[in-house]
Design a protein around this ligand. Structure first.
Ligand SMILES: Nc1ncnc2c1ncn2[C@@H]1O[C@H](COP(=O)(O)OP(=O)(O)OP(=O)(O)O)[C@@H](O)[C@H]1O
Ligand SMILES: [Mg+2]
Length: 448
């Protein structure tokens, strides 16, 4: 038998069995029992299928809801929730509404937090937030800098880990009672201003620390300056007043009269110079006048100034040499001249008779410099950093003879700064001093 024949034979056999079964079923239907069995069977199968599909949908819906909540928890905006089942109760709609509301609130909070973070991180003042137990909760970068701490190391520790100030304890007691306080601490040459305020509602204390060392120093410098100016003005005024009074009193012979008038004249000149210097300094400090920019031949300026002092130097046997390369810089001639005058004036003034002064120009590492050296008395090391301060003089008693006010180098340094140059000093007591004016690259040094 071929395979085809075998196939049709088995097909016929299955057909017969099915017909037989149908006949049996029809017969069975007549007594109603079979239908009952069939109904139960069909119902069971359909029920199982339906439950499975329902379970799958519920699982899908739960997963979708979990995903949405997960996104929310991560701070992301979740996708809308679509239920696999028909949303008869409107739960998905409400869920979506709530999600939108929550995620809007979350975004607003995140924005507020980012703003708060940006403000606190960029504040120049140190901000430290303490909780009710005075433990550190927040430390911004400025507070890390001011107190020399690292935030991860001090957060959650007692405030003393940062402030090291036992004195703060009593202040904190008062602030916790609702007071707002400001205290000042001085340590290691620094002045810290600490503002303390209670954190209303949440409890704890907000501590804002500001390093006011520079402000305090400037205040001190200013009052010192006023005192110095008054002192410098009073001396010549006393002299002038004294002579004028004597002259007014009469009975002064012609010779003394002339001497007194000369004194008055000299002191008036001194006063005028002093006031001019002060005005010059004020103008320089305010930065009102912009420096000129032109080619300035340094050697030429040095020679001109040295010549001006030639006579007085010669009278005391002081030799002034000007040497070095012919260099020029793009800068302000008047200001450079002002600096060189101040340096040569000092060198001549402070160098003993028969001394030597050298004015030299040169170039090094792309920088052009002008140097004024002398073999005079030199300056004590402890005074060196201060000689550029206004009114600072090394030897006040000696100064009476030289007549300076102590403003020369201060003006010279301001002049140097205003043209982007540096003015520095090196000196050895008993050997001499060297002042160097160096033009930075920005000043545009150019060979002549
Ligand atoms: N070449 C120098 N040798 C020794 N001491 C110097 C020299 N240059 C400056 N000093 C010291 O530095 C101080 C400050 O100098 P500065 O030029 O500012 O003031 P001054 O010469 O006293 O007065 P002014 O220049 O206003 O007339 C001087 O009083 C002096 O003690
Ligand atoms: Mg001087």
């Amino acid at each position: 038998m071929s395979a085809r024949q075998l196939g049709s034979l088995s097909g016929a056999a299955i057909g017969l069995v099915l017909l037989g079964a149908a006949g049996w079923l029809l017969r069975g239907a007549q007594d109603g029992v079979v239908f009952g069995i069939l109904g139960a069977l069909a119902g069971g199968i359909a029920g199982a299928a339906l439950t499975q599909r329902l379970q799958a949908r519920v699982r899908d819906d739960l997963e979708a809801a979990t995903r949405a909540l997960g996104a929310l928890a991560r701070g992301e905006r979740p996708e809308r929730l679509y239920l696999a089942q028909e949303d008869r109760s409107g739960v998905a709609g409400r869920f979506n509404q709530e999600l939108t509301r929550l995620s809007d609130t979350l975004s607003a909070l995140q924005l507020d937090r980012a703003r708060f973070q940006a403000i606190i991180e960029n504040l120049q003042s140190g901000v430290v937030l303490l909780d009710r137990r005075r433990r550190v909760q927040v430390v911004n970068p400025a507070a890390e800098r001011i107190f020399g701490v690292w935030a991860p190391e001090v957060v959650e520790t007692y405030h003393l880990a940062i402030t090291h100030a036992y004195a703060l304890e009593s202040a904190l007691d008062r602030v916790e009672q609702g007071e707002v306080l400001q205290i000042e601490r001085r340590e290691d040459g620094r002045v810290l201003q600490i503002d303390l305020a209670p954190v209303r509602g949440a409890g704890g204390v907000l501590l804002v620390a500001t390093d006011v060392t520079e402000e305090r120093r400037l205040l001190e410098v200013r009052s010192q300056f006023v005192a110095n100016v008054s002192h410098e003005l009073r001396t010549p005024l006393t002299v002038i007043g004294g002579f004028a009074e004597t002259l007014l009193g009469g009975g002064v012979d012609e010779q003394r009269r002339e001497r007194f008038l000369r004194h008055i004249n000299d002191e008036t000149k001194r006063l005028t110079l002093l006031v001019d210097d002060l005005l010059r300094l004020a103008a320089l400090e305010s930065g009102r006048e912009r420096p000129a920019r032109a080619q300035v031949p340094l050697g030429e300026v040095a020679r001109a100034v040295a010549e001006r002092y030639g006579e007085s130097a010669q009278a005391r046997g002081i030799q002034v040499d000007v040497l070095g390369e012919e260099l020029s810089v793009r800068s302000d001639r008047d200001r450079i001249e002002g600096i060189v005058i101040s340096l040569i004036d000092n060198a001549v003034k402070y160098t003993q008779d028969d001394g030597h002064i050298r004015v030299e120009t040169g170039r090094e590492d792309g920088k052009v410099w002008l140097r004024v050296s002398d073999d005079g008395p030199g300056i004590p090391e402890e005074d060196l950093p201060r000689i550029f301060e206004r009114f600072y003089r090394v030897d006040r008693s000696r100064q009476r003879a030289t007549g300076g006010s102590g403003l020369g180098l201060s003006i010279a340094r301001h002049l140097a700064l205003s043209i982007g140059a540096e003015l520095n000093v090196e000196s050895t007591l008993g050997k001499g001093s060297t002042f160097t004016l160096a033009f930075s690259d920005m000043a545009g040094p150019k060979p002549a």
